[in-house]
Design a protein around this ligand. Structure first.
Ligand code: ADP
Ligand code: ADP
Length: 226
């Protein structure tokens, strides 16, 4: 089934910048889709529109038949950014359960869910630790856990590993693929300007050209694992 449908999407910012022009893109449930392209080609703009932060100037954008804002309200969408900030005075557990706490879920369930997602990222023994006691890679794992806690159908990742050293980045790539493989319905959209990263991770690469919003076509990459 189609998860995201972008039909003739254009985005012109108030200052006149044409960030996207006539973008046509369907994303299926369960895909791991990487967007590659140089700075300024509109990658972040596509993400913001999918996240419901701002409206397209033109065209139709639907997520599971809903508007992006509705989808976000129903916790179908979660985000991880390079600098996804953890609250420094809250434990790993409290950082991870924040999205559930905001919705007022019962505390016992919140704890269970924190255990579930921290297990996924290998940090179950770090529930009570404060963020500053963690390495960069571990902080990123906590950010990923926080994104997964609401069981999103769509995970948006905007250059998440851009600030990590090469070894940590490779480890996190492997871990992310494992997490994605365990949930056949979760769709990951991943922005990177590292073509190697895109090819390694994704089931499909969307290349955006330097010309604003020109999605130059998609390259389907067979999944390199069983
Ligand atoms: P990318 O993420 O690929 O670097 P962006 O989506 O951030 O690209 O930007 C696409 C184009 O839109 C660029 O020319 C950028 O300068 C412009 N742009 C982005 N955000 C805004 C904004 N809030 N107001 C005006 N122009 C913007
Ligand atoms: P970076 O500092 O580049 O982010 P890592 O995230 O790989 O590197 O981890 C840095 C240190 O933290 C290493 O010594 C590693 O052994 C330790 N570490 C990372 N993840 C865990 C974990 N799940 N359990 C125990 N130790 C960990």
């Amino acid at each position: 089934p189609t998860l995201v449908r972008m039909d003739h999407i254009s985005k012109i910012y108030p200052n006149g910048t044409v960030a996207l022009k006539d973008v046509q893109l369907d994303i299926r449930e369960g895909e791991f889709l990487c967007f590659v392209g140089p700075s300024g080609c509109g990658k972040s703009t596509i993400f913001k529109l999918i996240a419901g932060l701002g409206e397209p100037t033109d065209g139709e954008l639907a997520i599971l038949g809903m508007t992006p804002k509705e989808a976000r309200k129903q916790s179908e969408i979660a985000f991880v950014f390079q600098d996804s900030t953890l609250l420094p005075w809250c434990s790993v557990q409290d950082n991870v359960t924040l999205p559930l706490d905001l919705r007022g879920g019962p505390k016992a369930v919140q704890k269970q869910e924190a255990e579930r997602v921290l297990e996924l990222v290998g940090l179950k023994d770090y529930m009570k630790v404060l963020p500053r006691q963690l390495s960069g890679g571990m902080k990123m794992r906590v950010s990923i856990a926080r994104a997964l806690v609401s069981r999103p159908k769509l995970l948006l990742m905007d250059e998440p590993f851009g600030a990590l050293d090469e070894i940590t980045r490779q480890t996190l790539q492997d871990e992310l693929l494992n997490i994605w493989q365990q949930d056949s319905k979760m769709t990951v959209l991943f922005v990177t300007h590292n073509v190697f990263e895109a090819v390694f991770l994704s089931t499909r690469v969307v290349v955006m050209t330097p010309r604003p919003g020109k999605v130059s076509g998609t390259i389907d990459i067979p999944i390199p694992f069983p």
